[in-house]
Design a protein around this ligand. Structure first.
Ligand SMILES: [Zn+2]
Length: 82
């Protein structure tokens, strides 16, 4: 399978970081099967995978394998244009 950029897409397992809704906790899901473009890094998920992923994220932290603290950084203010 080919990506829009023309690169070859390979089967890989990736990490996804997502949250359910605006205030839900961020949930990192590891080992998600995806097709990844070798050139631009574009990731494609099958419909089945997307549904499973949404379900996992919607469950919030229930059944989490472990908890990780996420580092948070502020983007340099000087670069923010009004
Ligand atoms: Zn690509």
């Amino acid at each position: 399978m080919r990506c829009r950029c023309g690169g070859e897409m390979h089967q890989a397992s990736v990490d996804c970081l997502d949250r359910w809704g605006k205030d839900g906790p961020y949930v990192r899901v590891t080992g998600v099967p995806a097709l990844v473009c070798e050139r631009c890094g574009e990731q494609e998920f099958s419909e089945e995978v997307v549904i499973r992923l949404q379900k996992l994220v919607r469950e919030g932290t229930d059944g989490a394998l472990r908890f990780e603290r996420l580092p948070v950084k502020g983007f340099p203010e000087a670069l923010v244009r009004e």
